[in-house]
Ligand binder design. Sequence first.
Ligand code: DC
Length: 203
Amino acid sequence: MSGPVTIAIDGPAGSGKSTLSRALAARLGVGRLDTGAMYRSVAWAVLQRGIDTAELDAVAEVARTLDLEVGDRVTADGTDITEAIRGPEVSAAVSPVAANPAVRAVMVARQRAWVAEHGGGVVEGRDIGSVVLPDADLKLYLTASPEVRAARRSEEGAEAVARRDRLDSTRALSPLEVPDGARVIDTGALGVDEIVEEVVAWL
Ligand code: DC
């Protein structure tokens, strides 16, 4: 395949999306967007301002006005929050923030704008193949056993990971699901280099 390529990667917490998307983007020489980091950044700003995640309008206003840069480092209104957004407080608050329809509308628009500006790329999240980029060149859905996923997110704890996955999969709007036409990959069974070569062969 020649020309710009767009790859959508979805899957639950700890399924290996970040590792694979980084390796694929490097192999193909394209950009990578971590959309989970975008929702985490909004959750971080909501906590920082002392807003309750149930205050839908106030949370949406944070999403609309936050000056967000998501790349190798993540900054919000000029503050580097790369490490802060991985902490347990943000992990616990992010699912209700991501279930807010107005937050999703803002984030999806920014994600599509990123793809247009970059002429494609590797985009990872929960609704990328189903909602954000339904016409992606390739859609991947990653899985791994609950044990493997919990071990990869040991700092968050198996129960918290399971709770977040339940919330993300059962919410009304854009729940985590296997998108139409996605190829399902068990990342517990293969090494990242093997998966990258397999995926590149599918393009
Ligand atoms: O990928 P992650 O675990 O860093 O994502 C954090 C949360 O953001 C996840 O629990 C659900 C939400 N999310 C989402 O709703 N839609 C996306 N495209 C990406 C993440």
